[in-house]
Design a protein around this ligand. Structure first.
Ligand SMILES: [Zn+2]
Length: 324
C-alpha cells in the first residue's frame, strides 16, 4: 500500500512535502530538483520516509537521482528519519552543520536528549529508533560554504539562535532561504487576518536570545524574496515577519526572566514555571491573532499552537536555568 502524500509545487524546482507529524500542515520538508539532480532539505521523521519515497515516485524521479540530504539541524522533526531514509538512496551524501555531524553518525545522545524532552512513550510512537549514518556519507558544511548543486548555487550559513547546529540555505535561483526553524514558525491557518503571524520556536536546549536576532539580521542582508520554513511552507514579503520575530524573541526572554523571578521568590517548582510561561506566551499570541481578526476563535488558535507553546516554554525554562 502506498502512503498518502500531500505536496505542493512551489516553482523553481521546489516541492513542499507535508511530513505529517502529528497533523497536516505542521511540519514539512522540501524537495529540490535541478537538471536531474535531487536533494531534500529537512527529511522529517521515520514515519515520513514512505511519504518522501512516494513523492519521488509520483514525480517520476529515481532514487539514484537523490544526491544530497540537507537537514537544517538535527532536531528530530527535521532529521529524525534521516538514518533510515538514506538507505534508499545509494548516491546520497548528508550535508550537515559541523556541530550536528556527530549526532547523526552516532545518534545515541540525541535519542537520550529527545526522550527527556518528549517522554519515552511519545518518543517511540512519533520518532521510533534513530539509525546511525556512516561517516563516509557525511559532509560538514562550513559557514558561507557554497555548493554547486548541478549548476545551482546553494550557500550554507551557520545560524545560531534556535540551535547551535543549525544552518540555513540561501538559494540563488529562487532568491529564497530554506530557514528550518531559524526564521520562525507559522501556520497558514493563522495568516488570514489583517497582519500575519510568526513565532520563534524556543525549543530546548539551545535557545539564544542574544545571537538569534543577529542571525536574522545577517540573513535579511540577502534580501530574499521568500523563505521556506519547516513549520510550515513558503512566505513572501518577509520584512514585517522578521520584525515580529525579533520582537517576540525579546518578549519571550523578558517573560521568562520576569516569571522566573516571581516563581523563585514564591518557592514554586520548575513545572509550575513552565506552565506559567506557556500560559503567558500562548495568551499573548492568542490576543494578537484575535486582534488581527485571523478568523479563528481562541479555542481553535490554542489547538493549533498549544504544543509549540509547551515546547517553547520548556526551552525558555532551560535557558533561564543556564543564566543562573
Ligand atoms: Zn522544528
Amino acid at each position: 500500500m502506498s502512503a498518502t502524500v500531500i505536496y505542493q509545487e512551489l516553482g523553481y524546482g521546489i516541492t513542499c512535502i507535508d511530513t505529517q507529524l502529528h497533523r497536516r500542515g505542521l511540519a514539512c520538508c522540501y524537495l529540490i530538483e535541478h537538471n536531474g539532480a535531487v536533494g531534500f532539505i529537512d527529511t522529517g521523521t521515520n514515519n515520513s520516509v514512505p511519504i518522501l519515497l512516494e513523492v519521488l515516485k509520483k514525480k517520476h524521479l529515481a532514487k539514484e537521482q537523490v544526491v544530497y540530504l540537507m537537514p537544517t539541524h538535527v532536531h528530530l522533526d527535521h532529521a529524525g528519519g534521516i538514518g533510515s531514509l538514506i538507505k534508499h538512496f545509494p548516491k546520497a551524501t548528508v550535508l550537515i552543520h559541523p556541530r550536528g555531524a556527530r549526532h547523526i553518525i552516532n545518534p545515541e545522545n540525541l535519542e537520550r536528549g529527545s526522550v527527556a524532552v518528549y517522554g519515552e512513550e511519545a518518543f517511540s510512537k512519533v520518532f521510533g529508533n534513530l539509525f546511525p549514518i556512516d561517516e563516509s556519507r557525511v559532509r560538514k558544511m562550513k559557514d558561507g560554504e557554497v555548493l554547486d548543486f548541478n549548476g545551482r548555487i546553494l550557500e550554507f550559513l551557520h545560524a545560531p539562535g534556535h540551535a547551535f547546529h543549525h544552518y540555513c540555505i540561501w538559494d540563488v535561483t529562487s532568491r529564497g532561504i530554506f530557514s528550518g526553524d531559524t526564521l520562525g514558525a507559522s501556520y497558514p491557518e493563522l495568516n488570514n487576518g489583517r497582519a500575519r503571524f510568526i513565532f520563534p520556536p524556543s525549543t530546548p536546549v539551545q535557545f539564544d536570545p542574544e545571537l538569534w536576532p543577529q542571525t536574522i539580521d545577517r540573513l535579511m542582508e540577502y534580501q530574499a524574496d521568500r523563505i521556506f520554513v519547516t513549520h510550515f511552507g513558503m512566505y513572501k514579503n518577509i520584512e514585517p515577519l522578521m520584525l515580529m520575530l525579533k520582537r517576540s524573541i525579546r518578549d519571550y526572554s523578558e517573560t521568562a526572566l520576569e516569571l522566573g523571578a516571581l516563581i523563585r521568590s514564591s518557592d514554586a517548582n520548575s513545572e509550575s514555571l513552565t506552565s506559567s510561561i506557556q500560559q503567558s506566551i500562548e495568551q499573548a499570541s492568542i490576543n494578537y491573532l484575535l486582534d488581527q481578526q485571523c478568523g479563528l476563535d481562541a479555542i481553535a488558535i490554542k489547538e493549533l499552537i498549544a504544543s509549540d507553546m509547551n515546547l517553547n516554554a520548556q526551552g525558555l525554562v532551560h535557558w533561564l536555568s543556564s543564566q543562573n
